[in-house]
Write a protein that binds this ligand. Structure first.
Ligand code: DGL
Length: 264
């Protein structure tokens, strides 16, 4: 019998924060992870560019016995999910991050409360979080904050850099001023920064990956094999950097270079 895989994709190591939540609930599954490190960051790209990269990645997954795909990237979920779903219908079952998890963010909020969304420029411009949250409760204020630069802190490991801390402080200052009740980590790279965030502003941080993972667990046919599943990692550039960057979430030994993506 051929092994089935769950495919996860992101622009870099961000989606590993999603894989770590999924793995807690589904340790017996087999996973293929693709980090598009050649085109990172996605947040400053156009929806057309993001669709063209991720279409290639899903095409690759389709050749690898992947049945279920988790878009472990808010930006892709925000700007390319509908087109990807259409392109791969009947081939892949796709779970988008924002659309699956945003409804849970509304829990415990009341009319007039403000929820802050920290996200990339492309996610903010799509207003996908606002749309999904206001579908559930139109009386909640959704404050979307463009955090361009946060992804580079993670992908270049600039955690202790003065400029990094100042940038983070300036964004969390907006959260503080607006008295936001909850803060959504609206980019999968941001869980890497959560401890820094907490030191600067100790509020409730909502990680969509936790809720997405619950939904995936409840919707797929889980493996009946009792042994721990396999994990395969691919990056479109610099696999050694990928290994270093992934350390906060995984000790990865082997990342394969898979350089089929165009860079436009
Ligand atoms: N980690 C991704 C997200 O959740 C992409 C960030 C980027 O490459 O800009 O949005």
């Amino acid at each position: 019998m051929n092994k089935k895989y769950i495919g996860l994709l992101d622009s870099g190591v961000g989606g590993l924060s999603v894989l770590s939540e999924l793995y807690k609930l589904l340790p017996n599954e087999n996973y293929i992870y693709f980090g598009d490190t050649k085109n990172v960051p996605y947040g400053t790209k156009t929806p057309e560019q993001i669709y063209s990269y991720t279409k290639e990645i899903l095409g690759f997954f389709a050749t690898k016995n992947v049945e279920n795909v988790v878009i472990a990237c808010n930006t892709t979920s925000a700007v390319a999910y509908e087109k990807l779903r259409e392109t791969f219908k009947n081939k892949l079952n796709i779970f988008p991050l924002i659309q699956t998890a945003a409804p849970y963010a509304v829990e415990n909020l009341k009319e007039g409360d403000t929820i802050a969304i920290l996200a990339t420029k492309a996610t903010v411009n799509s207003h996908k979080y606002r749309e999904e949250i206001n579908k559930i409760n139109p009386k909640i204020n959704v404050l979307e904050i463009d955090c361009t630069g946060f992804v580079e802190i993670v992908e270049k490991r600039l955690y202790n850099n003065k400029e990094s801390i100042e940038l983070i402080e300036s964004k969390l200052e907006i959260v503080k001023k607006t008295n936001s009740k909850k803060v959504v980590l609206g980019c999968t790279h941001y869980p890497y920064l959560k401890e820094i965030f907490k030191k600067i502003l100790n509020v409730e941080y909502f990680n969509p990956a936790v809720y997405l993972s619950l939904e995936v667990k409840n919707s797929i046919n889980v493996s009946r094999e009792k042994k721990t599943g396999e994990m395969l990692f691919y990056a479109s550039k610099n696999p050694d950097e990928f290994i270093l960057n992934s350390k906060p979430f995984f000790e990865i030994q082997d990342v394969k270079l898979m350089d089929f993506l165009r860079c436009n």
